[in-house]
Ligand binder design. Structure first.
Ligand code: ATP
Ligand code: MG
Length: 380
């Protein structure tokens, strides 16, 4: 397809003026291809379409971006925003993946940003390809949205014993970009042998004691937090994360202080401030928490600087398992197209596939190098 045809087609599918599309094409609208499936990615909101929306050009199908979820600082906010009953689901710590089937019956996995990720697609197909095809034959207008979790992916590495390296937990179903009642998700996953995120409780919206109990339990189990939903999605969901994960995130992020940025650190400190207030944490317990926070900020950052001073690379390492060589090649093409700076090493071949180590160099590498070379601070 040439550029003019693409612009016309997009203008038609999205119902937006041709000039608008032409201006954005190649910039905030990006054209990509996966196994001969041409698609467009919206890299920022465009009219009523959310960032991360994907348009399958041949199918003329729009896969809307998954909506952003409002974060709560205080659990006391729950009764202010919900209607009557709430469903408390586990918020799993991985990455957001929408799944759809093309008219050619290819199951594709789309990341939050709107890209068909060849790695995620290959792994999900291997686990659930046939089941998803059957499910989406019956529910043909529906897009599945879920979290990929585990240690074998190039995005968010966090161990879930139940995930065995890589698994997919569905948390919502969407139709025309709208979240559908939770029972549709439960029906589909039950009927077709797919997994959904754990539903931890169904409570009245003002049962804060019950809600805190659920969150305390997650904190002890070192889990990320909850998403609180209206069973029918009549009002938007809310998210809330545990003290444990807020500190652990800081600890992880501060390995690469110049990558995660100041917003990353400050937002998590604000979460903790409100938690200390609402949970009324005082005295010795508060001192211990402050110490954990201080260590989480300082220690990983210093450790990385020492590593750099010894000449080591400051990079994040990921373990990936590709079901086939073709899958690996598709993925390599994909990251090259996106301009991801990465070193890829094949570390072994097993019955599960080709095991690969992927290293992504961090911006912190460059910043630390400069500091060590010049003695200058990059910040005032
Ligand atoms: P945003 O809410 O703006 O997308 P974000 O991209 O930083 O923020 P998170 O803070 O991780 O994402 O929170 C929202 C994400 O949580 C969802 O996009 C989804 O990937 C994930 N998630 C995990 N479990 C659930 C669940 N049970 N219901 C909905 N989303 C969930
Ligand atoms: Mg997340």
């Amino acid at each position: 397809m040439n550029k003019n045809n693409v612009a016309e087609k997009l203008s038609e599918i999205l119902g937006l003026p041709l000039e608008v599309i032409e201006k954005k094409l190649g910039r905030t609208i990006r054209i990509m291809s996966y196994k001969g499936i041409d698609y467009a990615v919206l890299r920022e909101d465009l009219g009523k379409y959310r960032e991360g929306t994907t348009i399958l050009l041949d199918d003329e199908k729009i896969i809307h971006g998954y909506p952003s979820i409002q974060r709560l600082a205080l659990l006391e906010g729950v009764p202010l925003h919900m209607i009557d009953e709430i469903v408390v689901e586990e918020k799993m710590d991985g990455y957001n993946v929408r799944v759809t089937v093309t008219s050619g019956r290819v199951v594709v996995a789309i990341t939050r940003g709107g890209y068909i990720c060849p790695y995620t697609t290959a792994r999900i197909n291997k686990l659930y390809g046939d089941k998803i095809k059957e499910a989406l034959r019956e529910y043909e207008d529906i897009v599945l949205a879920g979290e990929v979790v585990g240690t074998e992916n190039p995005y968010v590495v966090y161990e879930y014993p139940e995930a065995g390296g890589f698994d997919y937990f569905i948390f919502d179903t969407l139709k025309d970009g709208k979240l559908l009642p939770l029972r549709i998700r439960d029906e589909i996953t039950e009927k077709y042998g797919l997994k959904h995120v754990p539903v931890l409780a169904r409570l009245r919206k003002d049962d804060l004691v019950g809600l805190k109990k659920v969150i305390d339990d997650l904190d002890r189990r070192r889990r990320e937090g909850v998403v609180i939903k209206d069973p029918e999605h009549r009002v938007p969901p809310l998210k809330y994360t545990t003290i444990y994960i807020n500190i652990r995130d800081i600890q992880e992020g501060m390995k690469y202080p110049f990558d995660e940025g100041r917003g990353y650190l400050f937002s998590r400190i604000v979460r903790l401030i409100c938690q200390v207030y609402e949970y009324n944490i005082t005295g010795e317990e508060l001192n211990r928490l402050a110490e954990r926070l201080g260590k989480a900020i300082l220690l990983p950052a210093v450790e990385s600087l020492k590593e750099r001073s010894k000449g080591r690379l400051i990079a994040a390492t990921y373990k990936l398992v590709f079901p086939s060589e073709e899958d690996l090649n598709d993925y390599l093409e994909f990251i090259e197209e996106l301009g991801v700076e990465a070193v890829v090493k094949i570390v072994g071949v097993s019955s599960r596939g080709i095991e690969v180590e992927l290293m992504k160099l961090k911006d912190t590498h460059g910043y630390y190098s400069k500091i060590l070379e010049t003695g200058y601070s990059p910040l005032d």
